[in-house]
Each structure stands twice: as C-alpha cells, then as structure tokens.
Design a protein around this ligand. Structure first.
Ligand code: HEC
Length: 145
C-alpha cells in the first residue's frame, strides 16, 4: 500500500516537471538570451535596424503604449512582460491578427509567468498595424521570420 502511494507521488512529480518543461518557453530559443544573468532571464538583446515608413511610425506608438511592459526595442522587461523579439512571436506562430487581438481584448497569460495583459486603450487598428510593422522589422533584423 505504502509503496503504491510512493509510486503515485513520484509519477505525479515526474508529470508535473515534464508538463512544466513542455509549457514553458525555452529561453535558449531567443536571440541573445543571457542564461548567466538570472535577473534578466526573460530579456533578449535586440539589434535595431534602420527603421523607415510605417515601422518608424509604429516605433513611436510602441514606445508610448507598449514599451512600459514589453521594454525598449520590445526586448522584454523583468517582472512586466516578455520580449516580442522572440521565436514565439514569429509571424507563423503569432500572426499580425494576434497583435490586434492582444491590444483589443488583452491576453490571458499562457506562455510566460508575467500574468495577463490588459487591453490597451487609445489605439486604432491602423496604429496597431504600424506597431506590427515595427515589431516585424525588429524581428527580421534579429533572425526571427
Ligand atoms: C501592462 C503590461 C503590458 C502592456 C502595456 C502591453 N503588454 Fe503585451 N503582453 C503583456 C504580457 C504580460 C504578455 C504575455 C502573456 C503570456 O503569458 O502569454 C503580453 C503578450 C503580448 C502579445 C502576445 C499575444 C498572444 O497571443 O500570445 C502581444 C502580441 C502583445 N503582448 C502585444 C502588445 C502590444 C502591441 C502592446 C502595446 C500596444 C502591448 N502588448 C502592451 C503585457 C503588456
């Protein structure tokens, strides 16, 4: 009886660890992840390209409405929000529509341990399109496409 209970506990523990490992993003996937810098483990180093056109306009909107959480150059901010310059947010996984949805409806925390994202007020669809152009420019300059 006791052995059976012990086995069950071990099985549950193994499942929990495996589940955690599967659900959590792999930090090593991100560009410039710094595993030797635990305080900044969610942050990435971002190469900033020359921004033009809508990407340049999007930068201003991003800095006004998103950077407080997602950090300068969308590199993430400790304790606030993840980097958007990350493999998780490449266009095939998070298309442009997911940015519109995130701004309009907010985001239930599912990839990271930062908590939910509240909807962001005061942006038109066109504003968000510019922000997406900005984020995609940064992603491309950092090998994410
Ligand atoms: C109050 C903090 C905060 C602000 C401001 C904020 N975000 Fe977020 N955002 C988050 C957090 C936290 C997550 C991660 C949720 C998770 O765990 O998957 C997130 C996730 C996202 C995602 C991923 C959505 C998905 O489907 O997984 C996108 C896209 C995004 N944010 C875009 C933006 C944009 C664009 C802005 C500015 C208009 C913005 N965010 C402003 C906190 C914020």
């Amino acid at each position: 009886m006791a052995a059976k209970t012990t086995y069950s506990i071990i099985a549950i523990a193994v499942l929990a660890v495996a589940g955690y490992a599967l659900v959590m993003p792999r930090w090593t996937d991100g560009p410039g992840t710094a595993p030797d810098n635990p305080a900044g483990e969610f942050l990435v180093e971002v190469t900033v390209p020359t921004l033009t056109g809508t990407a340049k306009i999007g930068e201003t909107a991003f800095n006004a409405k998103c950077a407080a959480c997602h950090g300068e150059n969308a590199a993430g901010l400790d304790g606030k929000a993840p980097p958007l310059i990350h493999k998780i947010y490449e266009p095939s996984h998070h298309g442009d529509m997911s940015f519109q949805m995130a701004v309009q409806n907010g985001v239930r925390s599912h990839h990271w341990p930062f908590g939910d994202m509240a909807p962001v007020e005061g942006l038109t669809k066109a504003d968000v399109k510019n922000i997406v152009a900005y984020v995609r420019s940064l992603q491309q300059a950092n090998g994410i496409f």
